[in-house]
Structure formats: structure tokens, C-alpha cells
Write a protein that binds this ligand. Sequence first.
Ligand SMILES: [Zn+2]
Length: 339
Amino acid sequence: MATWSPLTNKIRESKDNSGNRWYKITRITPHCWVGQVSIENGLDYFATTSRQVSSNYIIGADGRVGGCVREEYRAWTSSSRDNDNRAITIECASDTKSPYAFKTAVYNKLILLCADICKRYGKKKLLWISDKSKALSYNPKSDEMLLTVHRWFASTDCPGSWLMSRMGDLANQVTALLQGDTPSDTYVVSTSGNALRLRAEPTTSSKQVGYINNGTIISTDKVVKGQSIGGVDTWAYYHGGYASGKYLSPTPKVTEPTPTPEPEPHPEPTPPTPVPTGKKYRCTCTKGVNIRSGAGVGYSKVGAVNYGQVVTIYTQKNGWGNLTISGNRWVCMKYFKAV
Ligand SMILES: [Zn+2]
């Protein structure tokens, strides 16, 4: 049985492969196609070309995924036998000229496909080590997947400077999805009555791919920046399209049960204790971060901090920070930056 990602929309296998891999899958290598190719044309090309090239997957310009070389097999993509025996390779539709930019739908699907691959091979972390020699000599731990790039193995621009400048973001976004500590936000569609258009890209000039009725509550785990409408430039990704944040009102966060205050011990005159001042941090995770009742992902969610929100951290332990002086409202500090 051939293994394909459940995100695969179409399969056409290429004979250009070396059969079973020599090594376990520990790498993902994204490439730029150098053209806004569809999966149909991309799969046809790999199936018929005499150039002896292939990849495990192709992400077409509309964000659909084509399967070309099953995951068990080594594809011929990165000019490196050593790399491609370890890597799942992904060709991505891109512009034809440097910096070989990807469309939003392609980059978003790359994030989801990488997360899906990592998940299926038991990886909890996708790593980007920008220094080539450090990366290639790094031995990933059993729950780690490593990103590599074609330009390390051949004289090529691939995957292009557009993606090169986003490799760290790709690794972070995939790792955030894998660690599941990213609450989805809910919004109410609030228009003057009309249905809200869903667009293929976060801009009103992009084609309509669906709509949501006014008053509908939607849930998204992805909010992106796009064209500004009435001063609002955030767009929520929902059911394969983008809805303008101008017409979305955040629903109230689930209110936490108000803790019943413990009866105060007999008030005794106590010397005034200095109030801890805490330190301010900004939330850097675009999906927001859960607040938990203890310092660890095993504790229950008791709220969320939104992207960009500045909070005060009073104490820290084991990489977690407490938003209260004496209570328990903890956030994972890796998503916060001191301000
Ligand atoms: Zn390449």
C-alpha cells in the first residue's frame, strides 16, 4: 500500500524514483517550481519528461496537492542521494522570477502538509537550521524533523529567496500546529445583512470561493494579514477561503469560572509586603496562546492571550510564566518576547 498524505487531491505516479528509501524519513525539502503550475500540469510533466526528475508531492498554484512519488520511495528532486533518501520533497508553485514568491494558498498548504507529514511520522517539532554545515551534521532526535533546501546540494536558487526568508516561520508554524497549544478563535459574521464572501486570497480582487451567511459563528485557527478594508487588514481562513476581518466580530472568550475567594484568615496587622512588579511580554504566536491552570500543557485551558497582546509575567518556572502574583494562570514563554 502506497502511503500518501490525506491532503493529496490527485495522484499520478512518476517512474522517476529509486524505490524504497535507504533511511527513515527525517527531513522535508520544499522546492520552488519556477512557474504557477497546476497539479495536473505538474504531475503530467513529471510522468512524461525524460529529464529524470520528480518529487514526492507538488503543491499547485491553487493550493491543491498532487502525489507524484509515494512516501516510501526516494524521489529525484534535490540533487542529493543522501538527502532525498531521508526527505519528503515538495515542489511548490511559484513565480517564474526571483524571489520566486508563493501564493498564500500554496504557503498555507505547505504548512499544513509539513504538519501532516510530521504528525504521521511521530515528529513533534520541525527544525530550521539556517547554517548548512550545522544542519547537515545535525542528527534529529526521534521526535524531530529537519528542513533542508536544494541550494545546499546544487548550484541553484531553489527554493528561492521568498521561501528562504520564511523557513524559520515555516518551522515555527508547523511546530505550533504539532504542539496543539494554539487555540482556535471564534468570530461572528457581522455584515449589514448580506452573506460574507470567502476569497481565494486575502484581498477583494481575488476570486470568490464561497460565502458565509451573516450571523454565522465561525472558528479559525489561522488569521493572516491581507488587504486593508476600512482599516482592518486581518483575514480569517475558513473552509478553504479568506473572510475579511472587517466583517468579523470576535465572540467573547469562554469565561473562566470565577474562583470563589478563600475566606481570608483573621485579618492581622501585617507589615505591607512589596507588590511584585512583574515584567511585560508580548505574545508572538499569530494564533494566540492558551492560558493554563498550571505550568505545562497537561493543565486545563483557562483562557487565551491574543497575538500582539502585552501581558505581565510575575514568576517563571520550567519555561512557563504566571500571569498572576499568587494564582495559577500560566502561559508557555516560548511564545512571548520581552517588551
Ligand atoms: Zn529544487
